[in-house]
Design a protein around this ligand. Structure first.
Ligand code: FPP
Length: 244
């Protein structure tokens, strides 16, 4: 008897996946629950997704946890979101570390509660030597503010005479971004059916494949992640060149 043909090997997953976690509020409202219940369920989806990315061999996962525009939400919701972030940073750090996961946080820390800044610094310090996988959490992050901050610091370096304007190219500009030394995302997923970037990684997504799924973030997990990765594999990435 002929041996069964071996299934085609799966292509490697995208090295860097970025996710706009959307739909927590709608998830809660549909169940007659307060919005915070959606955010709590969203934090569980974060845990599932981090585990799934680790299992699948993804090297970088960037999560949009709190945008610079999210301060416009009611104070009680902002406080609930920071409560969940605190809890995550306190409770998950040991687990992230023991799984060889490095933690990085991008965004403007100057407006964050002091204890959250401390938790972030501790998490980054403890996990700095880990290299299996990097979890990047965007907190008080806005792509336009990140680009403006880079431009301001470049202007200061030029004014101080330490940077020659003629040497400024994409690589130099990039070295002033929060994401310096993090590769650009290969795949960006936005949940809940909305189809926009909402100020997330504006510079870094120049050639990123965008996948929009109707799944609400609290329902997201390994299966939805694998579906997004399958969709990514069906895309033809040309980076402005001609296809094969
Ligand atoms: C968007 O849903 C979600 C957020 C603004 C917050 C995301 C936060 C978490 C998933 C929890 C904590 C994060 C970590 C990393 C532990 P929405 O509230 O805008 O939903 P809606 O559009 O349905 O109202």
């Amino acid at each position: 008897m002929q041996p069964a043909p071996s299934p085609a090997a799966k292509p490697p997953p995208p090295a860097h996946i970025a996710i706009i976690m959307d739909g927590n509020g709608r998830w809660a409202t549909r169940r007659g629950l307060p919005r915070v219940a959606g955010h709590r369920a969203g934090a569980d989806a974060v845990r599932r997704t981090v585990t799934a990315c680790g299992d699948l061999g993804v090297r970088f996962l960037t999560l949009y946890a709190f945008s610079s525009e999210n301060w416009k939400r009611p104070a009680s919701e902002v406080s609930d979101l920071f409560g969940l972030l605190r809890l995550y940073l306190r409770r998950e750090l040991a687990e992230l570390h023991s799984n060889g996961i490095r933690l990085r946080v991008i965004g403007d820390r100057t407006r964050l509660p002091a204890d959250v800044v401390e938790l972030i610094a501790d998490g980054e310090r403890v996990t700095a030597g880990n290299s299996r996988f990097t979890l990047v959490i965007a907190i008080n992050y806005g792509g336009q503010a990140e680009i403006v901050s880079a431009a301001r610091r470049i202007a200061e370096a030029v004014k101080a005479g330490t940077l020659d304007p003629s040497s400024i190219d994409e690589a130099v500009f990039e070295s002033y971004l929060d994401t310096t030394d993090i590769p650009h995302p290969d795949l960006l997923v936005r949940t809940s059916g909305e189809q926009r970037l909402s100020n997330f990684l504006l510079w870094q997504t120049a050639y990123t494949e965008l996948v929009f799924t109707p799944t609400l973030w609290p329902d997201f997990g390994r299966e939805a992640l694998e579906e997004a990765i399958d969709e990514y594999h069906r895309r033809d990435r040309r980076y402005g060149a001609v296809g094969a």
